[in-house]
Design a protein around this ligand. Structure first.
Ligand code: EPZ
Length: 421
């Protein structure tokens, strides 16, 4: 197992190319199940979750080819010959639930291990199942597996989500494109990854409108062609790097992404005192004055992304004054707090609110990564902590950040990946 060693105190300067978005790539790779032709997907990020996704597709009999040199994946839809996503894979990546809609739409049968809870919350899939039942599917949940059947095929339906769930919107959108008749999704999630999925589905011949808004209209078609799509940039990776520039009192430009993808994060960076410059397809954050405290509340897009909460908490440890952070999406997403406190941060938790007092003089220590975004916040804190910080269990990090230590060291960071002892 690997770990990261960071020597803090170096301001970061320079520019970094942003990779394809994990949270767009996963549903888009699973969407290839919908066609019996060969799909080609470009700008694939090099992440552990991509490898798990390919293993799930492999378990379904799908022939895949990952051309690492140009980060392209080819998937042969004709080779689909199974309908089970096994426990061993689903437990490592709960997003595997996103095979349910495509399998029921294409094969009218699916068997998927029920995703258990995860570090950040219970994360049930009841919205997914309720919506698919409205489309004519029926389920048997037994021995930890969801068995789904739609012998007559899926029917278009009007579906209102109780909460704008990203995963449920993606799963049902993929189910509706091959369903019989029209569907309307109301209170749908509006994240940029949903927009990217709709774009990929349209490249296959799907009839969709309204993605990116709470109401999506779909006209089902009888079959879909091959997908030809390039994954959109990762707004969470981009915002993480902009935070790294700010917290180290440096200046970083993220390339290959437009500010529209991450308006709320940029507004909060400005509130904390960053000098932000927006170019056509790049954003620069520059430290210009002592960081100011802020109050943020995580919300569905276009609100502040919960996937940036931990990174902004690290930033708040260096702001002069009290910052308040309210986590409203996941019930257990403060696992990074005790680890940040080990580095010297001053943080109090009251229910779903964290009060952060700063600026705190952080000092290097050994800390434990608990989930993907928590790992990123520990890196940010380690970059400003006095002395050496060791971050263990970074397999969490590798799930969602492509070669982050290489990218950071090119910006001047003293960060090293090494074998854990
Ligand atoms: C997606 O998870 C992302 N994952 C998460 O990113 C992200 O934090 C989350 O959306 C919110 O933005 C991927 O895209 C692979 P939800 P998802 O369904 O789809 C409740 C990262 O760090 N809910 O929008 O699982 C749920 O418990 C990851 O990259 C139900 O109650 O999130 C949560 O409280 C972490 N029943 C809320 O809705 C359901 O059936 C939002 O969950 C579905 C969801």
């Amino acid at each position: 197992m690997d770990r990261l060693r960071i020597i803090g105190g170096t301001p970061l300067f320079g520019s970094v190319e942003i990779s394809g978005a994990k949270n767009a790539a996963l549903p888009i790779l699973f969407a290839s199940i919908l066609s019996n032709q060969k799909s080609v997907i470009q700008n694939i990020p090099l992440l552990a979750d991509i490898n798990t996704t390919l293993k799930v597709l492999d378990a379904l009999g799908m022939k895949t080819l990952f051309k690492l040199e140009n980060q392209v994946i080819e998937i042969d839809g004709a080779s689909l010959n199974a309908h089970e996503a096994p426990y061993e894979l689903v437990r490592t990546m709960r997003a595997s639930i996103l095979v349910l809609g495509p399998l029921l739409a294409r094969k009218r049968i699916a068997r998927v291990s029920l995703p258990g809870g995860c570090a950040i919350g219970a994360r049930p899939v009841n919205f997914h199942l309720a919506a698919l039942e409205k489309m004519g599917a029926h389920f048997k949940i037994e021995s930890g597996y969801i068995d789904g059947f739609a012998p007559q095929g899926l029917k278009g339906a009007e579906i209102e989500f109780p909460f704008p769930s990203v995963g449920a919107t993606e799963n049902i959108l993929m189910a509706c494109v091959l369903a019989e008749g029209k569907s309307i999704l109301r209170n749908a999630a509006c994240e940029p990854e949903i927009v990217d999925l709709a774009k990929a589905l349209r490249s296959m011949g799907a009839k969709i409108s309204g993605e990116g808004t709470p109401t999506i209209h779909i006209d089902g078609v009888s079959s879909l062609q091959a997908m030809n799509h390039a994954i959109a940039p990762d707004r969470i990776e981009a915002a993480t790097f902009l935070c790294a520039g700010l917290i180290t009192r440096g200046k970083i430009t993220v390339r290959g992404i437009s500010a529209d993808f991450m308006r709320s994060a940029i507004d909060h960076l400005k509130k904390s005192g960053a000098l932000i410059t927006e170019g056509k397809n790049e954003i620069t954050a520059e430290y210009s004055q002592e960081l100011a405290p802020f109050h943020l509340v995580t919300e569905p897009f276009p609100g502040f992304p919960t996937d940036m909460q931990a990174q902004f908490m690290a930033l708040a440890t260096q702001s002069r004054g009290k910052s308040k952070i309210s986590e409203t999406i996941f019930e257990n997403r403060f696992m990074h707090v005790p680890e940040l406190i080990r580095l010297g941060a001053k943080i109090e938790i009251k229910g779903n609110e964290a009060l952060v007092s700063g600026p705190a003089a952080l000092s290097g220590a050994t800390v434990m990564a608990t989930d993907l975004r928590a790992s990123a916040s520990l890196i940010l804190a380690g970059l400003v902590a006095e002395g050496e910080t060791i971050i263990r269990r970074i397999y969490h990090l590798d799930r969602g950040y492509e070669q982050i230590e290489l990218k950071l060291s090119k910006l001047g960071a003293q960060i090293f990946r090494e074998k854990d002892k």
